[in-house]
Design a protein around this ligand. Structure first.
Ligand SMILES: C[S@@+](CC[C@H](N)C(=O)[O-])C[C@H]1O[C@@H](n2cnc3c(N)ncnc32)[C@H](O)[C@@H]1O
Length: 272
């Protein structure tokens, strides 16, 4: 981090200075932790996949500014034998390979070392609880999170039990590994951290913020392929605009997500 060819340092929010011109891979810090800065530790067989898209746009800028930190823990480094094996055949037979408990245990203990009580440990898994905005809010309030990315058939069940690992799913489909799900979780959490979104109002108004999906958006041109922007949005009448947006958010939620709609009605003490 002390390259004399690089320009002046940016704001440092913790103990260490991060320069704005650092390339994304250089922003993945093995240590030390910046005091008070939210951190994601990712246990993966593919550390080169990170930061990936997290190094772009708002999350990338926030990473450069030291508003959050990312550390990858290479599972291969904990592998056994000359070939650093991390997996073995499933007990009882069957297809595929399973990530070994001893290998995972050592990686998890390294990843959790020095973390306090407010640092969830999550396994990305299709069997898990679906990701929600409530989960992202909870994670954003934590000091950081450790994410375990599975591969092959998954992980030895004893590891999940022993460390009381929370399982979280990106959705009802099966991917080849947990890395994309980990990135989705990190992205959705980091944008809730203070100062990451330029306009904090965005997070307060968007989908799920109040239990509804968001209203439609429009911008220039005023008419496109014969489709005008709804007249009310050009009226300059703020109360009418707010009412129209609320009505649209309710309509879209009712039509597309009856589950969310019913939950929203229940919270308001109404039923359909
Ligand atoms: C091929 S999958 C294993 C699927 C597992 N045998 C099952 O049927 O539940 C390999 C890894 O990808 C990750 N993965 C796959 N689909 C996922 C999803 N929908 N959400 C989160 N992680 C997922 C998990 O980490 C999993 O261990």
């Amino acid at each position: 981090m002390t390259d004399p060819d690089r320009p002046t340092p940016s704001r440092a929010l913790g103990r260490k200075t991060i320069r704005p011109s650092a390339r994304p891979r250089e922003l993945i810090t093995p240590a030390p932790d910046l005091a008070g800065v939210w951190k994601a530790r990712v246990i993966t067989l593919f550390p080169g996949a990170f930061p990936g898209v997290l190094g772009e746009s708002l999350t990338g800028k926030a990473l450069q500014e030291g508003r959050w930190q990312l550390e990858t823990i290479d599972l291969r480094a904990f592998g056994k034998g000359r070939h650093r094996n991390v997996d073995d055949t499933p007990a009882g037979g069957g297809a595929g390979m399973v990530l070994r408990a001893d290998v995972l245990g050592e990686a998890i203990e390294q990843a959790m070392a020095g973390t306090g009580g407010n640092w969830p440990l999550i396994y990305l898994s299709p069997r898990g609880r679906p990701m929600t905005q409530d989960l992202m809010r909870r994670l954003a309030r934590a000091d950081g999170v450790t994410l375990l990315c599975g591969r092959f058939e998954g992980v030895d069940e004893r590891v999940l039990e022993h460390y009381a690992i929370e399982e979280v799913s990106l959705g009802d489909f099966v991917m080849t590994g947990g890395e994309i799900a980990a990135m989705a979780l990190i992205d959705a959490t980091v944008r809730l951290l203070p100062g990451v979104l330029g306009n904090q109002a965005s997070a307060e108004e968007e989908s799920f913020a109040h239990g509804l999906l968001e209203h439609p958006h429009y911008t220039r041109p005023a008419e496109w392929k014969g489709r005008p922007i709804p007249e009310v949005l050009l009226s300059g009448h703020h109360r009418r605009i707010t009412e129209w947006r609320q009505a649209e958010a309710e309509r879209i939620t009712r039509e597309r997500r009856p589950d969310l709609w019913q939950a929203w009605l229940r919270r308001r003490g109404e039923t359909d």
